[in-house]
Write a protein that binds this ligand. Sequence first.
Ligand SMILES: [Zn+2]
Ligand SMILES: [Zn+2]
Length: 167
Amino acid sequence: MTATLHLATGAASALFVQKYFPVKRNWIENAPKNFLFTADFINLNCVFVFFAGLLSHIFFDSFSHTEYSLQGQALMLLLCLEGFVTSLLVLFGQNSARFWLLVWGMIGAALPDALHFAGEYFNFEWFRIVHSLLHVYHGTIDLVLVGHFSEMVLVAVSIIYIRVQSA
Ligand SMILES: [Zn+2]
Ligand SMILES: [Zn+2]
């Protein structure tokens, strides 16, 4: 599946699981002014949404889907572009608490495929092993073929959800 799909659904899953957060807090009132150096960057909820994002990757990847037809540098360029545009759509204007939750959801959702590329590029065997473990369910649900158009619909729904959902 596309990076856009995984990033957008990973970010959405970070907010989707918020009623199960291990630490409760009032996001809007407690949003600190200092953006980068705060407890929002890493905390228990961040770890929690990291795994939510990771699970969302495994979930969406399990449906049979269209793969990228590009390879090599062209694919890398496209992935960077997708990462940039999706991050902008998800993160622009968010307060710091929401920002970091969404970032950690996206990191979790990007990890399985990032391991794949890093494993190939750096020739790290254990990256490849973890990547293949995280992809054991890849394409196993054969109900429908999720094409790029359906992915874009899912992306739009995720972005709207992120934008209307308060956290
Ligand atoms: Zn795939
Ligand atoms: Zn994947």
